[in-house]
Design a protein around this ligand. Sequence first.
Ligand code: AMP
Ligand code: MG
Length: 423
Amino acid sequence: MLSVEEALQKILNEVDTLEAESVPITESLGQVLAEDIRSEINVPPLDNSAMDGYAVRWEDTRGASVASPRQLRVIDTVMAGSISGREVLPGTAIRIMTGAPVPRGADSVVQFENTDESGNKNRAAGQVGILSEAGPGLNIRRAGEDVARGTVVLRKGTVIRPAEVGVCASLGYRQVKAIRRPLVAVLSTGDELVEVGEPLPAGKIYDSNAYSIASLVKRYGCVPRILGISRDDEAELVSKLKQARDTDMLLTTGGVSMGDYDMVKDILARDGQMVFWQVRVKPGKPLAFGKIKGNRNGRSRTIPHLGLPGNAVSCMVSFELFVRPALLKMMGKTNIAKPVVEAIMEEGVKNNAGRRLYDRAIVEKRNGHYYARLTGPQGSGILTSMSQANGLVLIPEERKEIKKGETVQALMLDWNEEVNLQR
Ligand code: AMP
Ligand code: MG
C-alpha cells in the first residue's frame, strides 16, 4: 500500500498547470499571475504633497520659529487632482492639500500645524506665518517613488493577494493574465443519500459530502460544479460521470471501499485508467486515483479523477492531503503544503492501525508553544469532529503510541482566529 507521500507524488505527476486567461482584477484574488506586470507610468506621476500645508521655498523659511515667524504672501490654493498655474516666487507660498502636485518654484511643504493657519486670529488676509524652518524636499513625495516607469513591478508566478490587486489598479490595469481557476466536478454516490431540503426516509442520510467538498474546492480558489447524487447503479453512475467531461478534475465520494456496491473504482478501472487504490493512512485508506476521458473546447484530454472515501471525515481529510495540493499545482502555485507546526500532545494517542493517523485536534498556542488535544471520538463518520478541529495531528505509521507530552506535527487547517473553538 502506498504511503501518503508516494500517493501524493503519483497524483502530482499527473496534473499540470492550467492555461492563462485574461481576468478582471476584481476577480483575480488568489490566482497566479501569468505575465510580468510592467509599469507604463510613474507612481505617483508627479511630485506631490504628503501633508496639508503650504508649498514654499525652503530659503524663505530659514530661521523661522514660533518666536520669529516668516511672513509669506499666499498666492493660490491647490487641491489633489489639480495643478496650480502659479509659481512660488520669493516671499510667496501656495496653500496645498495632501496629494496635490507641488507647484513650480516650491521645494518643500510646511504642514498647517507649523504655521499660524488656525492659531493666529490677527493674521493678515492673504498672509501666512511660517513657524518652523522647512528643509529640502520636506513633505514632498517624489514622482516614481513607489513605482518608476518601465520597471517590472510584479513577476509572473506571483500569487495575487489584495495588495497585488491594489498595485495592478495603481498602474491602471483593469485586466491581468492569470492561470485560470480549475473547474471541479463533485459527485456523491450512494443509495442511502438524500438531497438536503428533502424529507428523510428511514434508513437514509443527507448528502453532506457534496457540500463540504464543494466548499473546500471554493476555499482554495477553484470552481465547484456539484453533480448531485448518483445511486449505486452502474448505468446512472456512468451517465452522471459524463457531466464531468468538460471539467478539470472529477471528485467522487463513496463507492471506493470493499462493499458489494462500491463500483466507482471498478468503473474507473474499466472506462478510465486506475493509477492507484488505497493509501496507508487513517482516515482515508480507500482512495482511488485515476484518469478519465474528457473533452474541453472540442479537444479530447484526460481528467484526473479522485475517488474519495464516502465517510464524511475521510473525504475531507483526503481532500486536504491529496486534492488540495493537486489543485494548487493546477493553479500555478509552487507553495502547496499546508502550514505545519510542532505541537506538544496534551494526551496520549494510540495507533493500532499500522497506518499514518491524521487525528482531528484543537491546536492552541500558549506561552510560545503549540499544544494539541483531540476533539474527542475519532470515528471517520463523525463530521462534527472536523467542525471542532483547527488542525490534524500526524501520528506516524510506525508508532504504536504517542505519549502525553511528546511533540507531534500538526497540520493546520485553520489558524485560531478562524476556528469555532468550543470551550
Ligand atoms: P461507502 O464508501 O460508499 O461505503 O461510504 C462509506 C460511508 O460513508 C457510509 O457510511 C456512507 O453512508 C457514508 N457516506 C457516503 N457518501 C456520503 C455522503 N455523500 N454524505 C454523507 N455520508 C456519506
Ligand atoms: Mg456507498
